[in-house]
Design a protein around this ligand. Sequence first.
Ligand SMILES: C[S@@+](CC[C@H](N)C(=O)[O-])C[C@H]1O[C@@H](n2cnc3c(N)ncnc32)[C@H](O)[C@@H]1O
Length: 351
Amino acid sequence: MITGGSDPRFLRRLLRMDDAFARGDERPDANFYAAKRMVSHLDATALATVEALVGGLVTEEAPVILDLMASWDSHLPASLKPSRVAGLGMNREELVANPALSERIIHDLNGDPRLPLGDDTFDVVLNVVSVEYLTRPEEVFREVGRVLKPGGLFLVIFSNRWFPPKVVRVWEDASEAERLELVEEYFRASGAFGHPGSFASMGLPRPRSDRYYASGVPSDPVFAVFAEKKGATPGRAARVAPTDPSRIELDAEAVNTRKARVAETMACPYCGKALSKWEVPDDPCIDWNNDFLYLCFNDACPFVVRGWRFMWEQGIEGHSYRYLFNPATGASTTVPIRGLHDLKPGIVEGG
Ligand SMILES: C[S@@+](CC[C@H](N)C(=O)[O-])C[C@H]1O[C@@H](n2cnc3c(N)ncnc32)[C@H](O)[C@@H]1O
């Protein structure tokens, strides 16, 4: 269970604020979604995590699925063989382009949160990168509870980007950790579900082919909150989220042994890749103790990947650090980064 550590009373007060669900663009959603957007909302690494999450949590054979707030991709892994997939969204062309769907429903949940679907119908309701647009989430979550079969799964997945005119204020103002709590609160407030579980994956490198690779931002984080509708068959096995690919286990003893030999190997003790010679920046405020230091510039290094989460857990989003070795002092230390391309201009080619 991941928690951001804020006081739930504070969150409830935020939710009661008059403008909690206000948006920049208050015109009917039908206007905004009139034109199709056949875009990927996440990079390929994050999309693979989403599919693994869906595949891991959906345990039913031939499940009946509702993709709530659907577009052209329902993120169902090929291994899943649903008997029926209903997609509910705002743009018909996007839904028609979605090959997973066996039926398509155009319906504005902010205009009318009631789902035009029968009670106890679905094994699974999915909601991917869309919960931030709901202006009446409690009612929608209650409705999801109504259409799910007892013990059915509601899986809400989100990241950290959205269409700015349509996001609700409380979402925009919250931190990433608070957003997890916000969705947990939506589940609780609806009264329809058991205790929610959560998942957070972050810090994996963004694929080079991704349009935002040059920004240096790692792969889009994948957050999820999920719960079963009350009334599951007693004794049924609990659903367990798959292992988060960004949680890389380290053997501390092996790392320490390798650290003691860095002057000899000039290899990163965390990933084993060769360290790069790095010219220190000309900054009078920092005494680097040497003109050249040695850094690990492997973006997939477990030290860097785990660093994004470590900082996030301290409440510092969007930061990590790299391993640094000073040959003059023999010291192993770290240097903070906000993006994967920070510090790279100082690499001494062939050094
Ligand atoms: C960022 S897209 C995500 C689409 C899809 N779930 C995915 O993972 O690619 C947000 C989706 O939410 C749907 N949506 C937004 N506002 C909605 C509303 N008021 N009622 C129903 N669906 C809505 C839109 O149709 C849009 O496709």
